[in-house]
Structure formats: C-alpha cells, structure tokens
Design a protein around this ligand. Sequence first.
Ligand code: SF4
Length: 438
Amino acid sequence: MTAPAPKISFVSLGCPKALVDSERIITRLRAEGYELTKRHDGADVVIVNTCGFIDSAKAESLEAIGEAMAENGKVIVTGCMGAQPEEIRDRFPNLLAITGPQAYESVLQAVHEAAPPAHDPFLDLLPPQGIKLTPRHYAYLKISEGCNNRCTFCIIPKLRGDLVSRPAAEVLREAERLVKAGVKELLVISQDTSAYGVDLKYQASLWREREVRARFLDLARELGQLGAWVRLHYVYPYPHVDEVIPLMAEGKVLPYLDIPFQHASPKVLKAMRRPGNQEKTLERIRKWREICPDLAIRSTFIVGFPGETEEDFALLLDWLNEAKLDRVGCFRFEPVKGAPANDLPGAVPDEVKEERWHRFMKAQRAISARKLKAKVGRRLPVIVDETGPTVAKGRSKHDAPEIDGAVYVASRRPLRAGDIITVKIERADEYDLHGVAV
Ligand code: SF4
C-alpha cells in the first residue's frame, strides 16, 4: 500500500510574473506526487508566494503568512518579499523557510524536508503543459526575468537582477505545448518585453528547423503563427516597437499594447528615470493608429511622484486627453522601501495625491466611456471567460484578463469558457460592453 500523498496548500499573491513562478513550483510538486488542497487546515505544508512591490502588497503578504501560521503552522515563504527576509523573520520567527523570487529549488528542498514525497515521481500524472493557475484557455508566457532599467520608484532590479531572456526556441516550445493543450490566448509577460534578447545579443536558436533570433519582433511574429491570440504586456516605447504594429494590422498578434507610460511631464519622467524617448510619444501613437486603426493601448500612471507640481500634473491631463488611451490604471505614488525615489525632494502631500488621482480618473473615465460607446453596433470577436445561466462574461481583443473591462454576452446557445464567438455590441458603460452572441 502506498502512503497518502502529502498535501500542500498554496497562496499566490502579486503580479502575473509571480503567478508564473507559482505555476512552476506547483508543476514540480505535482510531478513529485504532492496533492494540492484549498485549505491550510490539514495541509502538510503551506507555501505563500509573496509580493513586496509596494507597502500595501507587503501588508497583504504579511497577513497571508499570519493566517497560514495561525491555521497550520508549517509555512514556507517565497517570492519578492523573500528577498528581504529580516522583516518576515522578525514577525514570524518559526517559519520553515524563506526564499527569494524564482528560488524554485530552495522551495522544493524545504518542502521535501517538511513533508517528504510519498512515492517516486509520477511524471506521467503531469500534463505536458504543466499545471496552470489561470483558466485553461489563457496562459501567461514569461519570456525573460529581471530588468536592465533603474526606474527610481522600483526595486524589482534589486530583487530580481538584470535582464535574463529565455532563448526564443524555448519560449516557442512552451507556447506550442500550451496551445496544443487547449490554450487560446497567450499573454506575453516580462519586466520589459521590448528589451527581450538584449542580454543574449539576440542570439538565434533552432525552432521548427529554422533559426529564430531572440528579438522582440521575431518572437512576436513566430508566436503569431501558433493559432492563438497573442497579447503583449509591459512594452516600453523603444523605437523598434514600431515594427510590431504591422503584425497587429495583419491580425498576427492582437492589436493591443500594454505600455506603462507612468507620466507625461518630461521633468517627472526624468526624475523617474524611465526608459524610452517620451517626447515624441504622442506622434508615435498617432502613427501606430494610422497603421493599425484598431489598436488598443493600455497604460498605467503614477500621480503624486516626488517633485510633481500642479503644472506637471496639468501637462499629464492634457497628454491623456490628447492620447485617448483605451485602458488606464492610475496609482498614487507610494514609497517602496529601498527605492531611490524616496530620497527625492518635493514629497507630495497625501491629500494632493488623492485629489489628483480623482481628477485623473474622472478624465480617463470620460475618455474610456467615449471609446467604448464608439463600439456599439460593431460585431467583435469575444473570448468567453465565464459562463452563466443567461449571460456569459468574456473579453474582446482589446481587453486583457484581470486588468481590463469585460464584454457581457447574452446567448441562446450554450457557451463554454474558451469559446471565441462573434458578439454584436448593443450597449456600453464606463468600463464594459454588453451584447448578444450572433
Ligand atoms: S522597467 Fe522600471 S519599473 Fe519596470 S521593472 Fe524595470 S526598473 Fe522596475
């Protein structure tokens, strides 16, 4: 008789990049015969994959560790917060182990010590595409780790190091496996997607009997041939991004660019030490839309960065009204422990940050509502994420999962998650669309 498989309870916090790390750890554990359980209570070990990006994320991570300690007591902490273990140790001296981001081996070693695997690895139990935490029809594809930029508000390069890209063939093989397993949408992620391959000097690798260079454009082109939607996240407006727009116009990759602009005032951008030449950005956006009129641009911004004056903020609002981006997130500046921005002069008081945030969101809401209204009457392809008794929830090519809006679809025929259907848009509100399946 074989011993029962040890049970692991897993908490995954943070960004899509952390989610990919969680998927890798879980994949390995499942391959070794561990079982996953949704409850801490009764698990042999709890793993908490933390996020330490901003103070509120840290607080959430500490709370999750606290819960796991209270309900179980055998807890391993990994992820971004694990890169600074002192703070966690001070609060929770009895943790089994603390490891930094991407320290898969150390996490597995700690699990082995706390709850040895019950039997030999049942590798055949593992689906070849690995275990995914996202729904089966979309998957995050991580193309590199780390970052060569040094934005002053960010400690990711300190936590994760400089850019390390995966060879193109390795990324493509993973993407192909995912598509064969039923994935309909690939979400390309990294800290800086457009810098892909710089560290490899764009070295080519062999894929389907031909050489593919580790270059942003080459990879996007190859991914576009796999038969899935391909969505590009965290792209910086470097000049070579222009080259990928024709692929979008041809329908090879989704007409969607996620570019975290963060601000528009040259002075604030300089203080942020943002990559890319921002001055001509509006002009470039105009050209991109000329080549691909259906392009949707999503972005994030920070208001209340140290030194941001009312004039800088007014410039940002003007820029926003001019750029008419499709989807926008906005954060009030929060100091992150260890980030150089904390030492910059001209801290903006909280109430001013708050007031600017509201003005920013109001301006963007109006832009977003106008853009969505313009889609009423159109027929759009929609990927179904969740089904319901009368209305299903999906997304158009312009909406990434979890961060953008949704399309609510009424349908007489039953729909399944992952179906890509045509929807006639009948109504729009500030963030979402509503329509019927045709
Ligand atoms: S580009 Fe800037 S914000 Fe993004 S990970 Fe690199 S340093 Fe951080």
